[in-house]
Design a protein. Structure first.
Length: 390
């Protein structure tokens, strides 16, 4: 079984991981086959009484290194819209207008023949309408910043389940980039998702359900509605290749859809658009070590390395922001009071759209994760204690 030091030896390999991320194919596969649904760890993810306590430094009953392996196996793949960073959107609008024209008076007119009369007529006019959006990128080169929490789901017997809770962070919700009506924006944008994994022995794990997309809830991993990438390298090539589920993120707003068509078909006055833009495999090692945030009650992090658990969001692009504490507050123009929020790294300089457009307060990062103590499964003795007892 690899020791914790085996993971630590990979902390400064950003370049290698970046290359692996770029090599992930965006080609879709129809559905997961049985082999791609499962991943086998070197040993059980559950700590036992014989294990070194340092293998589980967030005290949730799971070995930290194996948490990272499972998160890496089927990490998300994002597809953005071609107009994600548009500053201005123009479209043609046809409308019927009434106008007056001069024409010779008819014989039924009371005017003297030869005179000209003004008549009211309708005609179709085609106009180009443009609206200016917020003058900033709603998608930076390294976004979204993807952070996560892995924890047990309360179950006594087998099979057992784990939950991977994802948070996707952006500096800016840029409004509906392709809408001439909905130009509302706000700095700081937090999106989220969740996986459920299942195992009968703690060693072999299957991705069972995914909750990543608007209006879908939990979707079985075997569903044909999910688009998957081609299999790609995982955990620096030390684990078997696995595909990633695709998330179609709408232009500017980053609303998450299961397909480009689902995005385009979304009803409402505001227009979500998806597809044709940047495609990015989630980077789980934004600063060299994994972006695992640990547990609310226990998340040791050493100053300088921001490891073994990521707690300070400054090194990953959001100065002044912390994972487990809301350091900023946001005050929408029409709100009576300010509220704690994720400012996107702007701090007291946080801004948002003014009336008549609406304003939303970005959810603080800590509220995207479970705050209750992790439900630890019964701890096994392990080989050392078994020998001593028997």
């Amino acid at each position: 079984m690899p020791a914790l030091a085996d993971h630590q030896s990979h902390i400064n390999v950003k370049t290698i991981v970046a290359v692996l991320a770029l090599s992930a194919s965006s080609l879709s596969v129809a559905a997961l086959n049985e082999e791609q649904r499962w991943l086998e760890l070197p040993a059980s993810i559950y700590v036992n009484l014989s294990d070194d306590p340092l293998l589980d430094r967030d005290a949730d009953g799971l070995k930290d290194d194996y948490e990272n392996r499972l998160a890496d196996a089927w990490r998300p793949y994002f597809v953005f819209d071609q107009n994600e960073n548009s500053r201005q959107h123009c479209s043609t609008v046809s409308k019927i207008v009434e106008t007056t024209v001069s024409a010779p008076c008819g014989v039924v007119d009371t005017f003297i023949p030869g005179d000209f009369c003004e008549k009211l007529v309708e005609k179709t006019v085609v106009e180009t309408v443009c609206k200016n959006n917020v003058d900033d990128d709603s998608l930076r080169a390294f976004e979204p910043v993807v952070i996560y929490q892995v924890r047990p789901i309360a179950e006594e017997g087998w099979p057992r389940r784990l939950k991977i809770q994802w948070a996707f962070l952006y500096r800016l919700d840029g409004g509906y980039r392709e809408s001439n009506v909905c130009t509302n924006y706000h700095y700081g944008d937090t999106q989220s998702g969740q996986y459920e994994l299942l195992s009968y022995d703690g060693i072999r794990w299957s991705i069972d359900k995914l909750d990543l997309w608007a209006h879908k809830g939990k979707v079985a991993a075997t569903s044909g509605a999910i688009e998957w990438t081609s299999p790609r390298s995982t955990y620096w090539g030390k684990m078997p290749d696995r595909p990633s589920p695709k998330i179609y993120a709408s232009a500017g707003k980053h609303h998450q859809y299961i397909s480009a068509q689902a995005c385009e078909d979304e009803p409402g006055a505001c227009d979500d658009d998806c597809g044709g833009g940047a495609e990015r495999l989630a980077n789980l090692v934004s600063q060299g070590g994994f972006n695992n945030v640990g547990e609310f009650q226990m998340h040791p992090s050493y100053q300088g390395s921001n490891q073994p658990f990521l707690t300070n969001l400054k090194p990953v692009g959001f100065p002044g922001e912390l994972v487990w504490d809301a350091t900023g507050s946001c005050h929408c123009p029409l709100a009576t009071t300010a509220a704690e929020c994720f400012t996107g790294g702007l701090g007291s300089s946080w801004t948002a759209s003014a009336p008549p457009q609406s304003c939303d307060t970005p959810t603080p990062v800590y509220k995207l994760f479970d705050l209750q103590s992790a439900p630890r499964p019964p701890m096994e003795l392990g080989p050392l204690f078994t020998i001593l007892l028997f």
